[in-house]
Structures are given as structure tokens and as C-alpha cells.
Design a protein around this ligand. Structure first.
Ligand code: ADP
Ligand code: NA
Length: 350
């Protein structure tokens, strides 16, 4: 049996938004109760799409501040930045040799981020899922809370673990590591666990406020497309009031949201922020116009986000404190990651 362990990461690029909060960070907070958790600012990933950053250090600190302001306890759990633990990159190299080029070529995020000029995308952008697999498996983590945009990458993580386990099965056994388990129907002796994605929730994917068919994203050029965690109440209000909608009233049944992506998205956001189901939200607002629903959503969003924003601002003013948390988290993460890497090097035969 593998010991349950939660791992997840967020990139230090651009402003954190409501999608990151509802799709990821809020789950990180909830999982602390009953699990050992490792939460990482994945700075090595942030140079895959854009090499040079204006203030990478400041961005790293701001993600750490968001974690802590949202309620993650860096003393009971681990908060650190990826580049402080070189074992991630070491295992990623090994996984580059385990994974097949065809697996990487199928990743939809690579296709989206590389755009039309694929030949000119960085090699790191193509190999990104290998590093993500290493981030998780260097701790032999079993559970990964992420938004639904990461589902395909997590399936690849399972494929990499599976191929490593099978290719090295005799070495793993003779070195005295790993556990007997059944994957599908196959009994195997595994060193890396099969990772379980934790994707559920009312809104596994929060969509853009300007286009209900695109996900809310840090890289969207329109700032009106997302509510940022650092937005003040007035800005949140403006963005939600301007959010694209259709002219109809809200339906009273979830079925009535079909074909209305913008309405569906706003109802989903309301449900997630209030810990209700979409059914419950529509029981309250069905038949109402957006002129009634949007102000209610603004109030709710401000109520949930403003304490987090205030605490983030406070923490960002105390960089020595944030740096101390990251340093301490990095040391604890490194000790665990090195234990895995000693075993992996032995399994491979280095
Ligand atoms: P982005 O996709 O905005 O660049 P990251 O890749 O750093 O953000 O993602 C950080 C976490 O937030 C991941 O778990 C990702 O799945 C989640 N996430 C990002 N955007 C959304 C969204 N629009 N809805 C739900 N979850 C999201
Ligand atoms: Na993402």
C-alpha cells in the first residue's frame, strides 16, 4: 500500500484568478484536514512558454502568499518553490527517457500553447508533462487536486509511472523497493503509485467572463476576462457586471443552461463560491434577470475574496517572512525527494 500524499503546483506567471482559486487552491486548503500535503510554486514550468520574466521572484512570492492567505498551513504541510529542489529536474530527465515522443505530441495544452509555430516552441514546453510527472512522483504522491484542464497531463503521469514500473520491475524487486499491487487486472510490483486526480467540484473549469467557451486563464490578454485574487471590490464588481451574458432570464432547471455557456459559467461560479449545487442556485434565482443575479454574484465574490486579498497584501509586504517559509519548505521537500532519487538511481543502475 502506498501512503496517501497530496501534491499540487501552481505556476508563478501572471495574476492568480478565480479559476485557479476554485479549480485548485480551495481544494488544497480543504485537503489539509486529513492528509499530508505538499504545495509547490512550479517556477521551472514558468520558463517553458516564456523564458525571460520581469520579476520572477516577486511572482513566486505572490503564489506562496496566495497559498497562505487562502488558508494553507506551511508548518503542518510543505510550501516551497520547485527550483529549490533539483531532484524534480533530475527525475524529469529520467522520465524524458521513459516517455515516448508520441505521448507528448498528443497533449492538447502543448498544441494550444505552442500555437501555429510549433517548430519554434521550446523543447521544455513539449516536455512539460514529464516535469509535472516528476513533481508528483518524486514524492510518490498519490492524490493531485487540479482543474480539469490538467486531466490529460495526469493520465500521462500514470502512463509514465506504469512504464517505469513495468520496465524496471525486476530491478525494483531485487533492490527491495516497491509494493505488490494490481493495476487493472495485472498484478505488478510497483515503485511509483498510480496517481489519482482530484478534479470534482461544482466548477472543475471556470470559463472566461468574455467568452464562455474559453477557460479563464492568466494568459488571456483581456483583463476583463478574469477576476484576479488581487482585484479590489470595485474591480470585481465592474468585471462581473460587464461579463458577457445572453438576454434571457435564468432557467429554474440545470437543463435550461444547455447551450448557454456564459449563464452556465456564472451559475457555476456562484455555486462554487457558496458551496451549493447549481440546482440550489437555480432554485433561488430561476426566472430572475442577470440584472438581479449579477449584483448577488458580486456580493458573494467580494465576501469570499476580500479577506484573502487583504491577507495577501499584508504577506507581500513581508518578503523576509515569505522567503523563510519557502526556504524551510524547500529543505523539508528536498530531504523527501532525495530519498526517492537515491532509490531511483539504484533501481536504474547508476
Ligand atoms: P493557468 O492555466 O491560468 O496558467 P496554472 O497552469 O498555473 O494556471 O494552473 C494552476 C491550477 O489552476 C491548476 O490546477 C489548473 O488546473 C487550475 N486552473 C487554471 N485555470 C483554471 C480554470 N479556468 N478553471 C479551473 N481551474 C483552473
Ligand atoms: Na493550466
Amino acid at each position: 500500500e502506498f501512503k496517501p500524499l497530496v501534491f499540487s503546483g501552481v505556476q508563478p506567471t501572471g495574476n492568480l484568478h478565480l479559476g485557479n482559486y476554485l479549480g485548485a487552491i480551495r481544494k488544497f486548503v480543504a485537503l489539509q484536514e486529513n492528509n499530508d500535503c505538499i504545495y509547490c510554486v512550479v517556477d521551472l514550468h514558468s520558463i517553458t512558454a516564456q523564458l525571460v520574466h520581469e520579476d520572477l521572484k516577486g511572482q513566486i512570492r505572490s503564489i506562496a502568499a496566495a497559498f497562505i492567505a487562502s488558508g494553507i498551513d506551511p508548518n503542518k504541510h510543505i510550501v516551497f518553490n520547485q527550483s529549490a529542489v533539483p531532484q524534480h529536474a533530475e527525475l524529469a530527465w529520467i522520465f524524458n527517457c521513459v516517455a515516448r515522443i508520441g505521448w507528448m505530441n498528443r497533449m492538447t495544452q502543448f498544441k494550444d500553447k505552442a500555437g501555429k509555430d510549433r517548430e519554434n516552441a521550446s523543447l521544455g514546453l513539449l516536455a512539460y508533462p514529464s516535469l509535472m510527472a516528476a513533481d508528483i512522483l518524486v514524492y510518490r504522491a498519490t492524490h493531485v487536486p487540479v482543474g480539469d484542464d490538467q486531466k490529460q497531463h495526469l493520465e500521462l503521469t500514470r502512463d509514465i509511472a506504469q512504464k517505469f514500473n513495468i520496465d524496471f520491475m525486476e530491478h525494483i524487486r531485487s533492490a527491495g523497493y516497491g509494493v505488490d499491487m494490481v493495476v487493472g487486472e495485472e498484478p505488478i510490483h510497483a515503485y511509483f503509485p498510480p496517481v489519482e486526480p482530484l478534479i470534482g467540484g461544482a466548477t472543475p473549469r471556470v470559463m472566461s467572463l468574455r467568452d464562455g467557451t474559453k477557460k479563464m486563464s492568466k494568459s488571456d490578454p483581456s483583463d476583463l476576462s478574469r477576476v484576479n485574487l488581487m482585484d479590489d471590490a470595485e474591480t470585481i464588481s465592474k468585471k462581473i457586471r460587464k461579463a458577457k451574458t445572453d438576454p434571457d432570464a435564468l432557467p429554474s432547471e440545470v437543463d435550461g443552461l444547455k447551450g448557454r455557456p456564459e449563464a452556465d459559467n456564472l451559475v457555476g461560479i456562484y455555486a462554487a463560491l457558496s458551496d451549493k449545487t447549481k440546482e440550489q442556485v437555480l432554485a433561488e434565482f430561476g426566472g430572475q434577470q442577470f440584472s438581479v443575479f449579477k449584483p448577488a454574484l458580486v456580493d458573494l465574490a467580494v465576501e469570499v475574496l476580500s479577506p484573502i486579498t487583504a491577507e495577501m497584501r499584508r504577506l507581500m509586504g513581508d518578503t523576509a517572512h515569505i522567503d523563510a517559509i519557502l526556504r524551510d519548505g524547500g529543505e523539508r521537500a528536498r530531504a523527501r525527494a532525495e530519498k526517492t532519487m537515491r532509490e531511483v538511481r539504484e533501481i536504474i543502475g547508476f
